[in-house]
Design a protein around this ligand. Structure first.
Ligand code: PLP
Length: 407
């Protein structure tokens, strides 16, 4: 009888079965929880700049709200922001887009979601370089499509090997995702690499490219190029995604944008329309100020990140059992810790995997980081060096002590 009155249990839809809980968010939440309990946690798990949003950007949002800019925005974005994005593509990437070829969304993530939901049929294959941001594979699953990994091994500097790309293409391949500078490795694609990738794409006319250029302004060697710029013939089947989170330290404002052929952008907007329908007006005003305002501080911050990268890489290279290449971009390092698997920590925990390693590092050295397996490559871990130099020094000392204590 009581059976009848019991609240029915929620049964998640089958499409959620393959969706992973973001390991980086889980580690960051765990770090916050431990901090709140009074532990001196150093959080290096979140992919978030430690710099504040520039004041002139905050001020623009404030003024927009005071002026009554608080009503529903046009779905694709306010004309002022679409024009700022149009100008940005021309200025930084030499790409000329019409306003109906641009869409704004709540962060780059939403635009990736829009593109894959709008552009995948069940069973379509989507090529995802690995290691890579786990979100791509998760969204591919949500779209009913199949993520296909392309290995970008450490011995190739985690770069995308054109031969491996060619080998992964099948008659079912619909999309190739590019993300260089890469999360989690910081690897770049040179213009030469992009040229080779483009030649392969040109031989497969049904292949669309989604390039996530969110780390464009965070590169330490060479200059940034994006695929539609390197091979203009691909512009007609490339969606270029970017956003303000990383370069302008605006993670909380949730502004991202995409550019591509008008029909593809319209289809993406159809998806977005039923999800959120446009982005916060104050955030749009802030984004205009960021994109149209002074850009010099991007280079200044980049040099600060470079010094942090050098500090972290040199500390890691001094630790026995850790191997670390020098990333060319983003604000992550992805050290190899295979030699430490199988060892036991000072507190007696046996490290059987990279996940065990990061958990023990959190418990015994109070550092939060993310296991490489969360990005599709075991035997590594990701450290975000978007943190103050003193904090990074302390973290590297703790890490060295933790690793020295392994038996
Ligand atoms: N793309 C990559 C590779 C990222 O690492 C992230 C954030 O971590 C994003 C996109 C999402 O950025 P946004 O804040 O614009 O959604």
């Amino acid at each position: 009888m009581t059976e009848h009155f019991r609240t029915p249990r929620f049964a998640p839809a089958e499409r959620l079965a393959q969706i992973a809980i973001s390991a980086s968010a889980a580690m960051t939440d765990k770090a916050s929880e431990l901090k709140a309990q009074g532990h001196r946690i150093i959080s290096l798990s979140s992919g978030e700049p430690d710099f504040p949003t520039p004041l002139h950007v905050v001020e623009a949002a404030h003024q927009a709200m005071l002026a009554g800019d608080t009503k529903y925005p046009p779905q694709t974005g306010k004309p002022a922001l679409l024009k700022s994005i149009q100008a940005k593509f021309l200025r930084d990437n030499g790409l000329d887009y019409a306003l109906n070829e641009i869409l704004t969304g709540n962060g780059g993530k939403q635009l990736i979601f829009d593109a894959l939901l709008a552009g995948c049929n069940p069973g379509d294959e989507v090529l995802v370089p690995a290691p890579g941001w786990i979100t791509y594979a998760d969204i591919v699953h949500l779209a009913g499509a199949v993520p296909v990994r392309i290995d970008c091994p450490e011995r190739l500097g985690f770069r995308l090997d054109p031969e491996a790309l060619e080998a992964a293409i099948t008659p079912r391949t619909r999309w190739l995702i590019l993300n260089f500078p890469n999360n989690p490795t910081g690897a770049m694609c040179s213009e030469e690499d992009l040229h080779a990738i483009a030649q392969i794409a040109l031989r497969h006319p049904g292949l669309w490219i989604l390039t996530d250029d969110i780390y464009e302004h965070l590169i330490y060697e060479g200059t940034f190029k994006t695929i539609a710029q390197v091979e203009p013939a691909l512009k007609a089947r490339t969606i270029t995604i970017n956003g303000l989170s990383k370069a302008y330290a605006m993670t909380g404002w949730r502004v991202g944008y995409a550019a591509g052929p008008a029909e593809a952008i319209a289809a993406m907007n159809t998806v977005q329309l039923q999800a959120t329908g446009g982005i916060c007006t104050a955030a749009q005003a802030a984004a205009v100020a960021a994109l149209d305002g002074p850009q010099e501080y991007l280079a200044e911050r980049r040099e600060i990140y470079r010094a942090r990268r050098d500090l972290v890489v040199s500390a890691l290279r001094g630790i026995e059992g850790v191997r670390c290449n020098v990333p060319d971009g983003a604000f992550y390092v992805f050290p190899n810790i295979e030699a430490l698997i199988g060892r036991t920590t000072a507190a007696g925990t046996v490290i059987r995997s990279d996940a065990d390693f990061v958990l023990a590092l959190m418990a015994e050295a109070q550092i939060s980081s993310v296991q490489g397996s969360a990005y599709g490559m075991e035997g590594y871990f990701r450290i975000s060096y978007a943190a103050d130099t003193e904090v990074l020094r302390e973290a590297m000392d703790r890490l060295a002590r933790f690793c020295d204590g392994l038996r």
